[in-house]
Design a protein around this ligand. Structure first.
Ligand SMILES: *Cc1c(COP(=O)(O)O)cnc(C)c1O
Length: 429
C-alpha cells in the first residue's frame, strides 16, 4: 500500500481531507483510501497494482462496469468534434426523447451536470409551481448537498429541520421539514406542522442509508396526500433510476412523481443528470417561464453521448436486470448464511442491481433502525475484504452495486471471502 499511503499524504497537502467527496476518505471505517489507477470491467486496480472486485462502481453510475469498450468508442468519436459548444446539439434531443418515451409521467426533461443540481432545480421548480415555500424530506434520504437539503431531524414525530452542515443559514433550514421514512404517521405530522408545504422529496428506493426500499402502501399514501394537498412530489431516482430497473422504482411501485430526478447511470460515469416531469410544471422553467436554471456545461456532448450509448446497451440487453438481480440475490443470500454460520446477523435487501446489508439483528426500514447497525464490525469486515481483494463502500450506509461484467463465480468467491473474514474477526476477538 506504499503508493496509496504516499498519495493520500500528498493529496492532504492540497485538497481538504485529501479527497473531493468526503466518503472517499475512509473516515467511517478507518485506514487509507486506495488511490485508483484504472478500472476494467468489474475490477479496480490501485496505484500499488492491487486488484479489487468492485461493488462501489463509482457509487452507482457504472452499471456496464468500468471502461466499457463501446461507450469509450462512442465518446472518443464524439470528442473529435469538440467538447462543449454552449449551443444545442441534436444528441440532447435524442436522449431527451428516449427518456420521455421510457419514463412514465415525464413529458419534458432538462439535463444538468450532477444529481445535486437536478434535485436543487426540481425543488425550485416545485416551489414556483405550488406557490409554497416549505418542503418535506425524509430522514436518511440523500438528495445532494444543496443548502435546503442539508438538514436533519430534531426530536419528535416530524420536525422543522436543523442544519446538518455549518454554513447553512437556520433561516433556510426552517423551510425544510423532516419526517421518518416509511412512517405515514410521521409524514402526516409533518403536513400538520405547516400550511406552506409545496414540495415533498423522497428516494422511493432509499440507497443512501444503506439500501432501504419504501414500503409500497407508504409510498402510495404519500403520493395520494401530495395530490390531495397540492404538493409537488419529487421522486429522487438519481440512484435507483436505470439501476433498480429500466424504469427505476416505477416497476416496483407504479407511482409517478410530479417531478423526477436522474443521475448516476444516465451519464454512464460522465457528469450528467436530469430532471423532468409533466409539461404543465416544466414549462415554468426559463427561458419559457420565470424559474431560472442554467449551466455552462449542461448537456455537453461527451456526457450525453456516454449516456446515449449506455442507455442503448442497457436496453439492448433484454435480460440484464433479471440477471443482475439474480446475482445480487445469490450474493446477499451467501453473505447472510456465511454471517450466521459465525454467529453474526445480517439484514439484506435487493432491488435490481442494487443490494444492501446491515450488521443488525433487526430488519431495517428507516434511518433510526439503520443507525443501530454495528459499524465497528462493518469497519473490521471492510478492511479484511479489501485485503482479500474485494472493494465495498467505506461505510455501512451505502448501497452496493452489481455490474454487467459480473458473474456467479465472482459472487461465490466473495461469499467465501466474507465467511473467512468473519471467522477471522471472531477469532481475533
Ligand atoms: C448521488 C445522489 C444524489 C446526488 O448526486 P451527485 O451527482 O452526487 O450530486 C442525489 N440524490 C440521490 C438519491 C443520490 O443517490
Amino acid at each position: 500500500m506504499t503508493h496509496s499511503i504516499n498519495d493520500f499524504n500528498e493529496a492532504k497537502q492540497v485538497i481538504p481531507g485529501g479527497v473531493n467527496s468526503p466518503v472517499r476518505a475512509f473516515g467511517a471505517v478507518g485506514g487509507t483510501p486506495r488511490f485508483i489507477k484504472k478500472g476494467e470491467g468489474a475490477y479496480l486496480v490501485d496505484e500499488d497494482d492491487n486488484v479489487y472486485l468492485d461493488f462501489v462502481q463509482s457509487y452507482g453510475p457504472l452499471i456496464l462496469g468500468h471502461a466499457n469498450h463501446e461507450v469509450i468508442r462512442c465518446v472518443s468519436e464524439v470528442m473529435q468534434n469538440g467538447f462543449s459548444f454552449g449551443a444545442p446539439t441534436e444528441m440532447e434531443t435524442e436522449l431527451a426523447k428516449q427518456l420521455v418515451s421510457l419514463l412514465p409521467g415525464i413529458e419534458k426533461v432538462r439535463f444538468v451536470n450532477s444529481g445535486t443540481e437536478a434535485t436543487m432545480s426540481a425543488i425550485r421548480l416545485a416551489r414556483a409551481y405550488s406557490g409554497k415555500n416549505d418542503i418535506v424530506k425524509f430522514s436518511g434520504c440523500y438528495h445532494g448537498h444543496s443548502d435546503s437539503l442539508l438538514v436533519k431531524a430534531g426530536s419528535g414525530l416530524a420536525t422543522f429541520g436543523a442544519t446538518s452542515s455549518l454554513g447553512v443559514p437556520e433561516d433556510l433550514a426552517k423551510h425544510t421539514l423532516v419526517a421518518e421514512y416509511n412512517s405515514i404517521e410521521s409524514f402526516k405530522a409533518a403536513l400538520d406542522l405547516s400550511k406552506d408545504i409545496g414540495c415533498v422529496i423522497i428516494e422511493p428506493i432509499a440507497g443512501n442509508m444503506g439500501l432501504v426500499p419504501a414500503n409500497k402502501e407508504f409510498l402510495l399514501e404519500v403520493r395520494e396526500l401530495c395530490t390531495k394537498n397540492n404538493i409537488v412530489l419529487i421522486l429522487d431516482e438519481v440512484m435507483s433510476g436505470f439501476r433498480a430497473s429500466l424504469t427505476g422504482s416505477y416497476e416496483y411501485y407504479g407511482v409517478e412523481g410530479d417531478l423526477c430526478t436522474y443521475g448516476k447511470v444516465i451519464g454512464g460515469g460522465l457528469p450528467l443528470a436530469a430532471f423532468g416531469g409533466g409539461d404543465h410544471i416544466m414549462k415554468l422553467l426559463s427561458p419559457n417561464g420565470g424559474v431560472y436554471q442554467a449551466g455552462t456545461l449542461s448537456g455537453n456532448p461527451l456526457a450525453v453521448s456516454a449516456g446515449l450509448m449506455s442507455l442503448h446497451l442497457i436496453k439492448e440487453d433484454k435480460g440484464l436486470y433479471k440477471r443482475l438481480e439474480s446475482l445480487a440475490h445469490r450474493l446477499t443470500k451467501g453473505l447472510k448464511e456465511g454471517a450466521s454460520k459465525h454467529g453474526f446477523s445480517l439484514q439484506t435487501e435487493v432491488r435490481g442491481s442494487m443490494l444492501g446489508f446491515f450488521f443488525n439483528e433487526h430488519p431495517v426500514t428507516n434511518f433510526t433502525k439503520a443507525c443501530k447497525s454495528d459499524t465497528e464490525l462493518y469497519a473490521r469486515w471492510h478492511a479484511k475484504m479489501l485485503d482479500k481483494g474485494v472493494y465495498f463502500a467505506p461505510s455501512q450506509f451505502e448501497t452496493s452495486f452489481i455490474c454487467a461484467p459480473m458473474d456467479e463465480a465472482m459472487m461465490d468467491e466473495v461469499i467465501l471471502k466474507s465467511a473467512e473474514a468473519l471467522q477471522e474477526i471472531k477469532h481475533d476477538a
